[in-house]
Write a protein that binds this ligand. Structure first.
Ligand SMILES: Cc1ncc(COP(=O)(O)O)c(C=O)c1O
Length: 420
């Protein structure tokens, strides 16, 4: 290795790298909610692989299943052929996730990352309805490939497309719209003179994570569901970041009691940070012809093994109840120990995803950036989100120990005190 092993990455890796700029060390190992760098320094992880590590790093329960599978020479790659690993995952997902919730979905294994699942959902909605248009919400983030980028609202990342991103109409997120956003959206759909054709689907995150932890209300989610049904428009929920138990229940939309037409899952679905993306669809929407949407790495076998273990772990260790308890700790801490530091701070969140919004604190300083950097210097990995990255996003693993959680929150408090 080079004297300073970071040099090789800085020298050879594309300028597009991003998280290594926020956390400029070389990580060597990780266990549950702790990461360690090459100098042995320990960090508490409040970033959680952007939501891909809900069960922690190297969770022993899941790891054991993966090791056993590898040692037994289980199939490692099989395109979308039937495999034992896939059959067992589907069986477990149906029995423990779908059936208890009364959900009747077919499952499509998409190419491995979240954006691939979103692409599949958009393409399927267009094929099923014969309509090219999609509605997306302001503040949304759905991925970086061209279809997903078209429904992503951030101008900086959209510019990276280098081409027109079409067939998408952005409609206002209810939290940033002074009036009745449902009436507004329905009016665009029904008014012959709105200039906008009826869309195939509306795609949304129930909690906009990259958008700065913006939580749609249960009432609004029910209203948009009803409106979509009234207008014959499909409702796609992108549960890539806030699904898999992040908000408490397995799916983030359960709190509203709604049933989307399609759901996209990725990030933590494999339980171990192994790439996997799934599209759930109501049976009548299953209209792709065999092979019409394809990909070599659909259905990662290790992800199926990890995914089944993760669902079982969730049940066995009462993760839903644990999230409820830790969510309260996070929320109470922010409300009582961080918000009082400055009257212009804002807090939003649900379950174990929370945002501390520094937007209104200073016109001249990027306080959120300074706070996040200070946290890292003091052994906490935490990222920013939202407009101008002004929201510090608190997103620990659902499995984090309470003392680690408190320690991480205290590091944020100390950093915020320093700059407020
Ligand atoms: C809500 C949401 N959708 C889609 C994506 C894209 O997933 P991926 O980066 O795996 O392509 C992300 C990633 O952060 C996300 O948060």
């Amino acid at each position: 290795m080079e004297a300073n092993s970071m040099n090789i990455c800085e020298r050879i890796e594309s300028n597009v790298r991003s998280y290594s700029r926020s956390f400029p060390v070389v990580f060597t190992r990780a266990k549950m909610s702790k990461m360690y760098d090459e100098n042995g320094k320990e960090y508490i992880d409040f970033f959680d692989g952007a939501g891909a590590l809900n069960y922690g790093h190297n969770n022993d329960f899941i790891k054991r299943r993966l090791i056993n599978y590898l040692e037994s020479d289980g199939i490692s790659h099989a395109l979308d052929m039937f495999t034992e690993a896939k059959c067992e995952f589907f069986e477990c997902f149906e029995d423990k996730i779908l059936k208890p919730r009364g959900l009747d979905y077919k499952i499509m294994s998409c190419a491995p990352t979240g954006t691939n699942g979103v692409e599949a959902a958009l393409k399927l909605a267009r094929k099923y309805t014969g309509r090219p248009g999609i509605f997306a919400l302001t503040g949304s983030f759905h991925g970086m490939t061209l279809g997903s980028l078209a429904v992503t609202s951030g101008k900086t990342v959209r510019r990276g497309a280098g081409q027109t991103l079409g067939n998408v109409t952005f409609v206002p997120h209810p939290n940033s719209f002074p009036g009745d956003s449902i009436a507004y959206i329905e009016n665009i759909i029904t008014d012959e003179y709105s200039g906008v054709d009826k869309p195939a689907a509306i795609i949304l995150e129930t909690v906009q994570a990259e958008g700065g932890v913006v939580v749609a209300s249960e009432e609004w989610l029910r209203q948009i569901r009803e409106m979509c049904t009234r207008q014959g428009v499909l409702l796609i929920i992108d549960d890539i970041q806030v699904g898999c138990g992040r908000t408490g229940k397995f799916f983030s939309f359960e709190r509203a009691g709604i049933i989307p037409d399609m759901v996209v899952l990725s990030k933590s679905i494999s339980g171990y940070g192994i790439p996997m993306s799934l599209l759930l669809m109501k049976p009548e929407l299953d209209v792709f012809n065999p092979g019409e949407h394809n990909g070599t790495f659909r259905g990662n076998q290790l992800a199926f093994i990890g995914g089944k273990a993760a669902i079982e772990y969730r049940e066995r260790f009462g993760l839903e109840e644990a999230v409820e308890e830790k969510a309260k700790i996070i929320s109470d801490f922010i409300e009582t120990r961080i918000l009082p530091l400055n009257s212009k701070l804002q807090h939003r969140g649900l379950g174990m995803i929370h945002g501390i919004d520094f937007r209104h604190v200073s016109d001249t300083e990027d306080v959120a950036e300074k706070v996040a950097h200070e946290c890292f210097a003091n052994g906490l990995i935490i990222e920013r989100a939202g407009p101008n990255d002004c929201v510090v996003k608190v997103m620990p693993a659902l499995t984090i120990e309470k003392d680690e959680l408190m320690k991480g929150l205290e590091i944020i408090e100390a950093a915020a005190k320093k700059f407020l």
